[in-house]
Design a protein around this ligand. Sequence first.
Ligand code: FES
Length: 122
Amino acid sequence: MTTWNLEGTTCHLLVCGGSSCKKRKGEDIIDAIDGEIEKQGAEAAVHTTLTRCNGRCSDAPVVISYPDGVWYGDMSPKLGKALVRQLLQGGRLEDNIVYTFGTEGMQAAGTPGTKGKKKKKG
Ligand code: FES
């Protein structure tokens, strides 16, 4: 078991480890992301968590960034490294964004992969 002191953390990346994402290098992506965080000396700023399925398998592999609330799809180890570098500079991976949080809640980015069943309200 590990207990991190998260004071100073500015970004939390949720890397999907569900079966659809695993089939498309999900585990290589978290290794690449963790390696880039270490390379950039950003261990205190960026925290990572390997998750179960996030319900967007058609976008696999998925990486979610908080507190900005951006969901990235069709990720790769190379893009995972690029995401870390972008986040540390206040940027994003614009081409891979599938959802963002807006004033109305989650907003589809209008890119491929936004298909799927609509969740029932209430
Ligand atoms: S397995 Fe990653 S979104 Fe479903």
